[in-house]
Design a protein around this ligand. Structure first.
Ligand SMILES: [Zn+2]
Ligand SMILES: [Zn+2]
Length: 228
């Protein structure tokens, strides 16, 4: 299985991003492009993706909404869907024809708009370009820019995942519940320690009363043992 991102950007390794894609690929038994596409839609939240896909109905909808499989490179003369000129065109995975200049311009526009899922230049198409096909379709510089934008998103989403505040409350309550025994034990030990400390202080302050109290306690204990 080939990694989608091979080059590093700004000295930062793209490996964690590829690993996230690989985990999703293995888990769902889908191609890297599809996995990458889903991760973008899920803001790299693998747990949420896994939870959603565990519901079969939702999984079917999501996977259908995904991208077309990669076609063999099929360049030919035709009418470009963007500039409408009859010229040498690339055939996209959605079967639309687009000239080299238009695909570059289109991807550049989407990168500037920081759109991560690159759509087909044909506005009526509604498909997304297969991420692996970008490598053949766009220039090296543009590909580098695209990797940079995706990398920025990956870092932002995985280091500071956007979560609803209620999730944090839920997490806190979950922590308390999971560790309830520890908290209870700590409470009992703390109460015992405080009690012993108080008793010791009282004993020091009232040595005479302490002695008489202890005597009566011993008396009760010994009379109790004689009863049984
Ligand atoms: Zn064109
Ligand atoms: Zn298309």
């Amino acid at each position: 299985m080939a990694d989608i991102f091979r080059d590093n950007v700004g000295g930062i390794s793209t490996a964690p991003m590829n690993e996230s894609i690989a985990r999703t690929t293995n888990l769902l038994g889908i191609g890297v492009d599809r996995a990458f596409f889903l991760l973008l839609q899920y803001r790299w939240n693998e747990d949420q993706l896994r939870r959603d896909l565990s519901c079969l109905e939702k999984a079917a909808i999501l996977l259908n909404r995904s991208i077309e499989p990669l076609l063999e490179s099929q360049s030919r003369n035709g009418t470009c869907v963007r500039c409408l000129e009859y010229t040498w065109c690339e055939r996209l995975s959605c079967h639309d024809l687009v000239c080299r200049q238009c695909i570059d311009d289109h991807v550049q526009e989407q990168i500037i708009a920081r759109t991560l899922t690159i759509s087909c230049p044909n506005e009526l198409c509604g498909c997304y370009l297969n991420p692996s096909s970008l490598e053949e379709l766009i220039s090296v510089e543009l590909r580098h820019d695209y990797t940079q934008v995706v990398m920025d998103d990956f870092i932002a989403q995985t280091r500071f995942p956007r979560r609803h505040p209620i999730e944090y409350i839920g997490q806190g309550l979950g922590f308390l519940w999971n560790n309830k025994k520890k908290f209870f034990d700590c409470g009992v030990i703390a109460a015992g320690a405080v009690g012993a400390l108080k008793l010791n202080n009282w004993r020091k302050e009232n040595p005479r009363t302490w002695a008489s109290k202890m005597e009566s306690v011993l008396l009760i204990l010994s009379s109790g043992s004689s009863v049984f």
